[in-house]
Design a protein around this ligand. Structure first.
Ligand SMILES: Nc1nc2c(c(=O)[nH]1)N[C@H]1C(S)=C(S)[C@@H](COP(=O)(O)O)O[C@H]1N2
Ligand SMILES: [Mo]
Length: 261
């Protein structure tokens, strides 16, 4: 059993405990119920208690995929829908022709990719359900290269344990400066076949409200773990030094890091 699986197990345990205690305490239940519901749909309560049977079955399991006929409406834009950073506005004005995705951190060969290069990579198309913690879901079709293809090109260094996604949108500036949206996942999710760098949504170029020109889909995770407007992918051994250290913009504000469905 690899180290990453054990790490994931630890975080899943924390997630399950967090979600159920919040619901039992009646605190913010309406915000967190989808996590508890999702977990109990996947694992029986007994499995949630033991935590081992359930998380062990997660390894390569695919998130459910749907039929075209189940796409009922466009993907509902949520969170940032029109980033205003100068850099983003300049890219958008030129239809993202100058966009580069940088891949940095604990990698042997740091690289950057244009949108055309991403579009020329082997891609995957998947119709999946996006679940937001606010209590709504949307079924949509996403297209893009698997993150694993890029990770194989840049070659992770042995110390890499997490992948961090840095985004263009500033969620609001505080005393310590701007707070850009960011997210992270472990290497199991990073290499999962349904984790893709999505440049396509429902057969069109990904539109600005949903994260143009590229957003990441990590299909076994809740909505806030699906970063939009991604400009940099960074391999790290720890995210303690990034922003407030919890691995994501919403995690820094109390959400669970492991938001598995
Ligand atoms: N960069 C960035 N990514 C983000 C967000 C955001 O505000 N900024 N919101 C998250 C949340 S809470 C959700 S539900 C989804 C919404 O994706 P959509 O707009 O394509 O529906 O994006 C996630 N990724
Ligand atoms: Mo969300």
């Amino acid at each position: 059993m690899s180290k990453t699986i054990l790490t994931r197990r630890k975080f899943l345990g924390a997630g399950a405990a967090g979600a159920s205690s919040l619901v039992l305490g009646g605190c913010e239940a309406s915000i967190f119920w989808p996590i508890a519901t999702a977990l109990s749909a996947t694992c029986s309560r007994k499995q949630m208690m033991s935590r081992i049977t359930c998380s062990a079955s997660f390894g390569d399991a695919l998130a459910r995929e749907y039929a075209e006929s189940e796409i009922r409406q466009g993907q509902r834009p949520n969170g940032s829908t029109d980033p205003q950073s100068a850099e983003y506005l300049a890219l958008k004005a030129n239809d993202f022709a100058d966009y580069r995705l940088s891949v940095t951190g604990l990698v042997e060969t740091p690289k950057s990719y244009s949108l055309a290069e991403l579009r020329n990579m082997p891609s995957r198309t998947q119709i999946t359900r996006h679940d937001c913690v606010e209590g709504w879901s949307c079924i949509a079709k996403w297209t893009g290269p698997p993150l694993s293809v890029v990770l194989d090109e840049v070659k992770l260094k042995p110390a890499a344990r997490y992948i961090v996604f840095h985004c263009y949108d500033n969620m609001g500036s505080g005393a310590s400066g701007p707070n850009f949206y960011y997210e992270s996942c472990d290497l199991v999710d990073a290499r999962h076949p349904q984790t893709i760098l999505a440049y396509g949504l429902n057969n069109e170029a990904l539109p600005v409200p949903n994260g143009a020109p590229m957003r990441v889909r990590i299909e076994r995770q809740l909505g806030y773990k699906q970063p939009k407007y991604v400009h940099t992918i960074e391999a790290v051994s720890s995210f303690a030094e990034i922003a407030r250290g919890k691995g994501g913009y919403w995690e820094d504000r109390g959400y669970e890091w492991y938001a598995g469905i």
